[in-house]
Write a protein that binds this ligand. Sequence first.
Ligand code: JHZ
Length: 392
Amino acid sequence: MKKQFLDLGKQPIANDFCKEDEYQNKFFYDLKVVFDEDTNLVSLKDFVKPELMFNENYAYNTSMSTPMVNHFREIAQILDEEFKPNTILEIGSNDGPFISNFPTETSYCVEPCDNFAKITGDMGYRTRTEFWSTELSEKVKSECGNIDLIYSANCICHIQDLDDCFSAVANLLSDDGVFVFEDPSLLRMLERGSYDQIYDEHAHVFSVIALDNILRRNGMKVFRVDNLSVHGGSNRIYATHIDNGEVEDSVKNNINEEMVFGVDEFETYQIFAERIEKSKKDLVELLNKLKNEGKKVISIGATSKSTTVFNYCGIGSDLIECITDTTPDKQGTLAPGSYIPVVDRDTVDLNEYDYAFLGAWNFKDLIANKERDFVENGGKFITHVPEIMVFS
Ligand code: JHZ
């Protein structure tokens, strides 16, 4: 049975950055979150139509982030050395930072956003501009046979029907092939109070427990888990056909850690929901206090995550004047729902502001290091993770 534990209110499409004349009649939905007592999966109560989120206007270019480009280069080398795959398929290849480390002849991309599919297509990779499904896995199989390594980063948690997703993988994967995917960790979200991992695209937030349950009912199993620091704490899951090889200690250790925290108990989620309500109250109080004192606040990183925070907390440009972001497609737009202007960092003198909210709190150290000058001139950062804090 699915039980609701969190209501984050009316939310827009998290990456639907719009122009000044486009903000009327925008789509909003109810962002509610449920816990499935049978599988322990945490999911959105109502999913948003994939076509509304993943289309030719999708604004998240992975290659704009140097740390993520390095991250994908490293994992590509590691997987290549350990598993020596003859054929590779990436689900949700974005603008190609992972697949570009492999030869075009033996690699295959699946990417429903036309803007990104065009990029990997132009790089010479066979790219299907489609959503991942059993039907698509059949088409790929008839074109190039079974695949040795199926990889996906920050995409499997976007897929609403996980049974179809995993049976499609099982159908295409070679007998001794590996399926490796990484997504934000539910345990880290619960520990850190980072409720902003929840938005339309994240149909689920994964625990290892839930993934193993759902993979097993589709003929696969988890055999290794790597804990990663990226995106505020992610897990890289290694899965294979259910009858293959040993399950490594990392799986048992991760499941134990999740059980100790209570990831399998509904009460844990009720406590989390109370913490999130407090986070909202504290952030709104702080920003109102700063406004009354005449302080100027800016935000750094127009993230999907900050769409959740600003819309849940009802924060608009009266409390946060603007948001800087390094992604050209986001600059000159209004942030989804809050309609706070998004600007190019290079056009802003941060020293004109007293406080900077970290919309991209997952890059806290990198941003604090880049913006040393702001701090030296008396500027302070605000973050909501793990709780509302001001620091310099
Ligand atoms: P970042 C995305 O979420 C969307 P977001 C997606 N749905 C997903 O699943 C997760 O990633 C994993 C900017 N920036 O990576 C660049 C600066 O402006 O936290 C990005 O727009 N200055 C696929 O959007 C944004 O912040 C900087 O110094 O929450 C970061 O977005 C740095 C470092 C980044 O993901």
